[in-house]
Design a protein around this ligand. Structure first.
Ligand code: ZN
Length: 302
């Protein structure tokens, strides 16, 4: 299918699986986030996935267009992904009207059979419009700023036989539940079933890419271990945004443009650090001739 060779999220993650590195899929809430993250990708010659929550499409409807414009003008591969889309009508609207490369069709709040049936139907809808699809097997517990909490629904670890069913449903990216949770971990930190993660990757056998959700509080070592186990799409939110949150809270009295500029520098540094950790730094081999508006702001720091 020709659309697959044009789909940016597919291309970015297939290259990552071949090269055995991870790619940050970072949640953005505003234009400073987009700008700082794209600057980091340019500086590191790294691919990047910019993610929006469905709530952003309502709260700041122009943000997806800002992200798309940034991705288009960047000299490294950057794709736009809609994370945790849980409403079938909204998914169809997005597929018909918005410039996204991929969507997480998250039907994990339904039981397995219904989850699969809805995922398959929406996957077909998205593929027909050139959009690649991520789905969640099992159920990842918790909530994040901008997505619905699973509330009383218990987390369900992904079983190996489910992998086959989701592959048969035609999804491109699979987000398993292996002890990872959304939001913050207990004081002892995250504990993942690494054997289950490895078995899932093996069962996928190159037919889809492996996605990691719930990375708050992850250490560089644990993140690298997940990539070694086969993860290519590394979803990040607070993990990379926390230094920016801390900076803006502590400096809210500064003039707005100064606060924005310094905050973006903090976030760019945070992104560069995590691009180095996941191994995506330097992976964009061919230096494209195309100029980039982000190159007007080169950053000297390592
Ligand atoms: Zn998630």
């Amino acid at each position: 299918m020709s659309w697959r060779t044009q789909n940016k999220t597919l291309q970015i993650l297939e290259a990552a699986e071949k090269g055995r590195y991870g790619v940050l899929a970072a949640i953005v809430y505003n234009v400073e986030h987009i700008t700082a993250m794209v600057r980091a990708a340019e500086n590191r010659r790294s691919p990047l996935i910019l993610q929006l929550f469905p709530s952003s499409l309502i709260q700041t409807p122009s943000l997806v267009y800002a992200a798309t414009a940034a991705a288009k003008t960047a000299s490294v591969p950057i794709s736009i992904h809609l994370d945790h889309a849980q409403d079938a009508d909204q998914i169809q609207y997005v597929a018909d009207h918005l410039p996204v490369d991929s969507v997480m069709v998250d039907m994990s709040h339904y039981e397995e059979e219904e989850n699969l049936a809805k995922t398959k139907a929406l996957r077909e809808y998205c593929h027909a419009r050139g959009i690649s699809v991520e789905a969640e097997t099992g159920r990842i517990e918790g909530g994040e700023d901008g997505i619905m909490d699973t509330g009383d629904l218990a987390g369900i670890l992904t079983k190996e036989d489910e992998v086959e069913k989701f592959i048969a449903a035609g999804v491109d990216f699979l987000a398993p539940s292996v002890g990872n949770v959304h939001g913050d971990y207990p004081p002892q930190g995250p504990y993942l079933d690494m054997e289950r993660l490895q078995n899932i990757f093996q069962a996928m056998n190159g037919r889809a890419r492996l996605v990691l959700h719930g990375t708050n509080d992850f250490s560089p070592e644990l993140t690298k271990a997940c990539i070694e186990a086969g993860v290519t799409k590394v979803n990040v939110n607070k993990l990379v945004l926390d230094p920016w949150h801390e900076y803006t809270r502590a400096n809210a009295q500064k003039p707005l443009t100064q606060l924005m500029a310094e905050g973006m520098d903090v976030l760019t540094a945070s992104m560069k650090r995590w691009m180095d950790i996941v191994g995506s730094s330097g992976q964009v081999q061919s230096h494209m001739e195309k100029g980039s508006i982000y190159n007007q702001y080169p950053s000297d720091d390592p």
